[in-house]
Design a protein around this ligand. Sequence first.
Ligand SMILES: Cc1cc2nc3c(=O)[nH]c(=O)nc-3n(C[C@H](O)[C@H](O)[C@H](O)COP(=O)(O)O)c2cc1C
Length: 251
Amino acid sequence: MNDPFANDTSYVTVPLDHRRLAPGESLAQAHAFLDTMRHRRSVRAFSPEPVPFALIEAAVAAAGTAPSGANQQPWTFVAVGDPEFKARIRAAAEEEEREFYTSHITPAWRAALAPLGTDPIKTHLTDAPWVVVVFAQAFGLERQDDGGEHQFKHYYVAESVGIAVGLFLASLTHAGLVALTHTPNPMGFLGTLLERPRNERVYVAIPVGYPAPDATVPAHALAKKPLDTILVRVSPDNRAGADDLTGGAAS
Ligand SMILES: Cc1cc2nc3c(=O)[nH]c(=O)nc-3n(C[C@H](O)[C@H](O)[C@H](O)COP(=O)(O)O)c2cc1C
């Protein structure tokens, strides 16, 4: 039988660099991370306090470690700190959102948003020191030496970018910052405003900073589904618990 990869020299391996933790340390770290993430909240009222760019850089670098389809890393993070640009983003977003809230929102959507108290006013887009706009690269685009462009397929773009954004948010939370995953509807204007290349589609806009001193959050947001409704365990021993992580000490 013909092996289609027989002459392929692109598959090269290196030893895995894995840091194995002691079982107790594993559980402690897992719980510490859980505690940090339980304090993550979507925040809509920001303090204008500056945030060092190094923190944005570190969070984007963390996002950049994400797994992605065929390791194509189909994402671009545009960090906007320029007040004039943020004002333009806010003006355009509010225009779109006013239209959405008055003409396009369905009754079911309005009902789903009601407990969150969202409206067309988007102060977070100007108050937060950074607005990080994430773009998904729908396909690859490489500039050629002859000035032309080589276009190629990207695989699992939405899944890959979603995972990267999750790591970005986790890193911000870990660093004591707050953010909002904001999806103005529609939001194509962001690609035009930020002059992104033709293969990029806006995925989400994320204001990042510190909360305003009087910031509140919707109580609705704190209600997360219980673990036993989101986790299904299929294994010979269905007594879910910490025993697996502590080295099977439970009797
Ligand atoms: C894909 C996505 C889009 C969202 N879009 C908006 C948005 O446009 N405006 C907004 O105020 N919140 C938006 N949110 C935030 C959600 O309302 C929020 O995550 C949810 O209410 C739970 O609150 P929490 O993030 O504090 O846990 C969005 C969240 C996600 C994941």
